[in-house]
Design a protein around this ligand. Sequence first.
Ligand SMILES: [Zn+2]
Length: 180
Amino acid sequence: MYPVRATDPTCRNDPEEGDGVVSCWTDNTTMTYYMDSGGDYELESEDRHAVDYSMANDFRTTDLVVTYDSNPTFSGSGETDIIYQEGNPASGSGGVTWCNDAVDGDGRRCDQQYIRIHGGGDYTRGLVCHETGHAVGLQHGNNSLPITGNTNGALGCMQTPVGSSEPLGSNNKFNINAVY
Ligand SMILES: [Zn+2]
């Protein structure tokens, strides 16, 4: 769980698609999300299903209160927490998470984060769980304490690479519930 060792200890605004250095928490226990429904990054129905499935079976089993925001907010102090997009991350990875609006003076929390996942079959429950895990502060094994291999099964859906149906693990939930 952020912040530990290798990650930048201060949550800050990322450039578009992030720089892979910073990690953040979402800003509070209430986690709202939106899926792009038009334009360049629109999610297709199978992508939307993967997001909803992970919300229902992974994140709603934690202390987070997860709700869909069909009328998203992109400015001010109460923005929709996570915006899901379907598109090709420039890094070539299957998915990416980045902070768009770090909470001023806080250092850990981000008011709005974006998740962009490659289409064409990559939009799976496992990868949605993985990227959403980053948005709430979960990290890879090599950035964790204790340090572990990135494929250690205890990492649940934070394994790299992640299986298409990998769920949120018990250690993932323990860490989420310790923060939120
Ligand atoms: Zn990752």
